[in-house]
Write a protein that binds this ligand. Structure first.
Ligand code: PHE
Length: 469
């Protein structure tokens, strides 16, 4: 997580980086990249989209997308970052110059920045929900509450734009403060401890779910595929979520990869990050669905799913007040570490372009994102019936929040990922790719190249075109 301080140095060093501007090693990178990857996507979004898309068949497609698309694209993205050693836009400019290619490839960096803006604007609102729920848990609101009462608690939050604004603002201020100061090593150490605790708590929740009467039903819902429930739309959602959950296709992993020392294996690190991310998501699913069925709730409840299920468990179990408070606090921290990684490229770019200070950059970037967040706040109440882009079939019936979510996960990120993997697979000189990957892949390099050239791009394209037509 020391990237911010490093990035400041890197920005001034333009393309070349001094040796001390590096992750201390493999573990530091894994922690930072997992900090970006593991977030609301795993614990909030994965369960609710799994619920909306019918369960196990969707999960299976999602896992295939992680393995066949996400993983190779993460390798490609980190490879570009390490080869370019600067911010995504400059990395692409540098590499294309060296490879004698059009500098238009730096479009990847621009697109990524647009995605950061859009995602963070709604991410902050949901981060705000977690903040509100830290308070709810700590004040004992869950104790012995019925599922109706828990549902009303959540409904009450959503229907009140003022309250949502306050929490959205607090979240954004937190993120701005951290990004403006640069992430201290103290915070990095804190995260090292907090993330394992979050994971442990998720396991406690899975344990609790096992004690309910419907664990088997929840388990089957997640792991016993019924392909009749799978639509082409679900396949696109699964693909998009693979990008979202691994923070791919928008330059975040490229920026992080630019600090990775040469002797670290990109492939092994990417595998580790993907596995950690996937395990957290599946654990969240296992904790939540048994509760959904045991309490007669609907798996299709949507974005409120975890906020309407987990509190039921906290309200019934011993020590629920402490566990609940801790859980939402840790969810908040996971959200903050992801938010920081989205904000970083925006601030870096502002710094590079206008020569403004880091603090001003964080304030301008964060302030504009905060402003855009208001559209999401209103999507859950005043503007819930306002579907601004309904004249386009893909956006029919979608609120601002739905549109930002769809546009980023289902369009911008896969497109960015496609360009990234195409560059590494087809455009970049083979020697340059080998210089990054040959050591740790050995003879498997050919297989990896095959996946990066054909499999990953083909899958993204097929899913795209199928959905368009
Ligand atoms: N991967 C994060 C999550 O799952 C979200 C994210 C997307 C972070 C894109 C950075 C970039 O919550």
């Amino acid at each position: 997580m020391t990237d911010t301080t490093h990035n400041t140095q890197a920005a001034s060093a333009a393309s070349g980086r001094s040796d001390n501007a590096m992750w201390s090693g493999r573990l530091a990178f894994i922690l930072a990249a997992s900090g970006s990857a593991v977030g609301l996507g795993n614990i909030w979004k994965f369960p609710y989209i799994t619920g909306e898309n019918g369960g196990a068949a969707f999960v299976l497609v999602y896992l295939l997308c992680i393995a066949l698309v996400g993983l190779p694209i993460m390798v490609a993205e980190v490879t570009l970052g390490r080869a370019g050693r600067s911010s995504p836009i400059n990395t692409m400019k540098m590499l294309t110059r060296r490879d004698g290619q059009s500098s238009r490839w730096s479009f990847i960096g621009w697109m990524g920045m647009a995605a950061s803006f859009l995602i963070l604007s709604f991410y902050s609102v949901i981060g705000g929900w977690s903040l509100a729920y830290v308070g709810n848990a700590a004040s004992g609101s869950f104790n012995g509450a019925s599922s109706d009462a828990i549902g009303q608690l959540f409904g009450g939050l959503l229907s009140n734009p003022g309250t949502l604004m306050i929490w959205h603002s607090v979240f954004m201020v937190l993120v701005i403060m951290i990004v403006a100061r640069g992430i201290s090593s103290g915070m990095e150490k804190a995260i090292n401890i907090l993330m394992p605790i979050l994971f442990f708590l998720l396991l406690v929740m899975v344990g609790y779910a096992m004690s309910t009467s419907e664990f088997g039903k929840g388990f089957d819902f997640l792991f016993k595929p019924d392909f009749s429930k799978l639509s082409t739309d679900s396949v696109l959602t699964a693909l998009g979520h693979a990008f979202f959950t691994l923070s791919l296709g928008m330059g975040v992993m490229m920026a992080y990869g630019s600090f990775l020392p040469k002797n670290v294996s990109i492939v092994k690190t990417a595998v580790t990050v993907s596995v950690v991310d996937t395990i957290v998501a599946l654990a969240a699913g296992l904790a939540i669905f048994p509760l959904v069925f045991a309490n007669g709730l609907e798996p299709t409840a949507g974005p409120g799913l975890i906020f309407q299920t987990l509190p039921l468990a906290f309200g019934k179990m011993g020590g629920g007040t402490i566990f609940g408070t801790l859980f939402f606090a840790l969810l908040l921290i996971a959200a903050v570490t992801s938010a920081i990684s989205m904000m970083e490229p925006v601030v870096e770019w502002l710094e590079e372009q206008k020569g403004i200070s880091r603090l001003t950059g964080a304030l301008i970037g964060g302030g504009s994102i905060w402003l855009l967040g208001i559209a999401t706040v209103l999507s859950f109440n005043e503007w819930a019936k306002f579907h601004p882009l309904s004249f386009l079939p893909v956006f029919e019936g979608k609120t601002f929040f739905d549109i930002f979510d769809y546009l980023t996960a289902n369009i911008i990120m896969p497109l960015g990922g496609l360009l990234i993997v195409a560059y590494v697979g087809w455009v970049m000189k083979r020697e340059a790719v080998e210089a990054e990957l040959a050591n740790d892949t050995g003879s498997a390099l050919n297989l990896l190249m095959f996946v990066m050239r054909y499999i990953a791009p083909a899958l993204v394209l097929v899913v795209f075109l199928y959905n368009l037509l």
